[in-house]
Design a protein around this ligand. Structure first.
Ligand code: PEP
Length: 256
């Protein structure tokens, strides 16, 4: 039985004061949920990470993730943030290969594989994003595209390192568009990815890996998508900026 995970990707949004307000409201709302069974991960922009890592809880309300990291360990890489710097702030997760980074920052599979390596070396968990463009789905190439992304970004890892990875299936045409994949489309791709993992790493690893869905997921559609057998929760963009909606998604995940 895999616990669901709900991760919020704030992207490049909010002023410091707005981020502080969101954190306060999230804390209030999460604290009210005495028996939340899903794992919550919050991924703010770099300058706001400490707003989230500074708390000590009796019960862990959430984990913290970054949205990106350097492919290098340290040194003369102006403007970059390394996994070991993130780890020293108690950040345990990092999104890698979001389609916006692949598109606007030309991140290649080879570069992403290096980021994954630096993260697992630092005992952090990559949230590795994969997903096809609309034209790739329309020409029925979606499975092949995602297979390549998974193989090239992750399959060089040994089974132990791979055990730290989460995968997020995010069809590019569904991100920020209000157009969600249907539960059947999500299930088809998640089952396909789990099967790739099974063939490469065996049953134990495949049954354990968490595969999240992302793409216009909100409080109105979370239950339908998350109730699919191979969907282990969600990576939430826009709806993670509203505490009420985000916590509603967490509650829905927790009830499945
Ligand atoms: C995302 O960017 O990871 C995402 C899923 O965005 P949205 O929920 O806004 O579609």
């Amino acid at each position: 039985m895999r616990n669901k995970i709900v991760a919020g990707n704030w992207k490049m949004n909010l002023s410091f004061n707005e981020a502080q307000e969101l954190v306060d409201e999230l804390l209030d709302r999460l604290e009210e949920q005495e028996d939340l069974k899903c794992e919550v991960i919050l991924c703010p922009p770099f300058p706001y990470l400490e707003l989230l890592t500074d708390f000590e809880f009796d019960v862990q309300l959430y984990n913290v993730g970054a949205q990106n990291c350097a492919a290098y360990e340290k040194g003369a890489y102006t403007g970059e943030v390394s996994p070991s710097m993130l780890k020293s702030l108690d950040v345990d997760y990092c999104i890698v290969g979001h389609s916006e980074r692949r598109k606007y920052f030309n991140e290649t599979d080879a570069m992403l594989a290096e980021k994954v390596n630096r993260l697992v070396e630092n005992e952090m968990s990559p949230i590795f994003c994969v997903g096809e463009l609309l034209e790739e789905r329309e020409s029925n190439r979606h499975l092949e595209v995602v297979r390549q992304q998974v193989e090239q970004g992750l399959f060089h890892l040994n089974a132990e390192a791979f055990g730290k990875v989460l995968i997020a299936y995010e069809p590019v045409w569904a991100i920020g568009t209000g157009k969600t994949a249907t539960p059947d489309q999500a299930q088809e791709m998640h089952a396909f990815i789990r099967d790739l993992v099974r063939k490469k790493y065996g049953d134990k690893v495949a049954d354990k890996i968490r595969i999240l869905y992302g793409g216009s997921c909100n409080a109105g559609n979370a239950t339908a998508v998350f109730s699919q057998p191979d969907v282990d929760g969600g990576l939430i963009g826009g709806a993670s900026l509203k505490a009420e909606d985000f916590v509603s998604i967490c509650i829905q995940a927790s009830q499945l």
